[in-house]
Write a protein that binds this ligand. Structure first.
Ligand SMILES: C[S@@+](CC[C@H](N)C(=O)[O-])C[C@H]1O[C@@H](n2cnc3c(N)ncnc32)[C@H](O)[C@@H]1O
Length: 247
């Protein structure tokens, strides 16, 4: 499906998000707090739009995606970026390879998102950061109703006019509705072994930016026992919330 939408992916995104994606992407880059000389993994990078700000700032970014169609469009557009074909659930990188990892509007598309969270933990250095941008749940009820109407009615109608594969946008709307809310995703992060999990809502919760850190202690890095220890040690509000979540 992503191979089919690749040629017009970025233009269509801008239209359907009413120009909001640029602002959302800036918040992600600021949250990463990476500097020149550091190595960043941008997972499910697609055509590399989410990777560009790092490359532009002289930060070494690896744009990884499993859609060759997306990677081809990206490489043509930005030959200077290192595009790598790879599956988020079985990353082709050694343990502790990156100073920070990020995934924008991609985790929802991965078949086994919890596996991807574990893989990102494995390839990130101890003490390194993870930033996730993903569609989420608007927090104010009236805004939630209006947004749901937009998603289920207006968006597919606009997609018919501007997109080469409108069915992909029906999938987009349905996958957003089925995706866990902010607290639930935060609990998944803790479960995978990430610590200091926080999130920030953008555009009233249409998008949430989750931030987390890989535990610095040796032993916690990417091992199942370490992950369990990290969850047990986490006493924050999200850790409390986990106990009330039925999976
Ligand atoms: C909506 S695009 C996001 C692209 C980019 N990050 C952005 O912000 O524009 C989602 C991407 O996730 C990729 N994807 C889905 N499942 C994947 C997986 N298991 N491994 C790697 N990439 C995956 C798709 O190929 C697609 O390019």
């Amino acid at each position: 499906m992503f191979d089919d939408v690749a040629p017009k992916y970025d233009v269509v995104n801008d239209v359907l998000s009413m120009g909001q994606t640029r602002r959302w992407r800036k918040v992600v880059v600021d949250a990463m707090e990476v500097t020149k000389g550091q190595h960043v993994l941008d997972l499910a990078a697609g055509t590399g739009t989410s990777s560009e700000p790092y490359a532009d700032a002289g930060i070494e970014v690896v744009a990884c995606d499993f859609s060759l169609g997306m990677l081809k469009v990206g490489k043509r557009r930005r030959p200077d970026i290192n595009f790598v074909a790879g599956d988020a659930t079985n990353l082709p990188f050694a343990d502790n390879s990156f100073d920070a990892s990020t995934i924008s509007f991609g985790l929802r598309n991965v078949n086994e998102p919890k596996k991807a969270l574990a893989e990102m933990l494995r390839v990130t250095k101890p003490g390194g950061k993870l930033v996730i941008a993903e569609f989420s749940q608007p927090v104010v009820p009236l805004w939630r109703t209006m947004y749901t109407e937009y998603l289920m009615r207006a968006l597919p109608a606009i997609a018919v006019k501007v997109a080469s594969n409108p069915d992909a946008y029906v999938y987009l709307a349905e996958s957003i509705r089925a995706w866990p809310d902010q607290d639930h995703l935060a609990a998944w992060l803790q479960e995978a072994g990430w610590e200091k999990v926080t999130y920030r809502n953008l555009t009233g919760g249409i998008v949430a930016i989750h931030r987390a850190t890989k535990p610095a202690e040796s032993g916690a890095a990417g091992s199942p026992n370490g992950a369990a220890a990290a969850i047990a040690a986490n006493k924050g509000p999200v850790a409390k919330l986990r106990r009330n979540i039925v999976r």
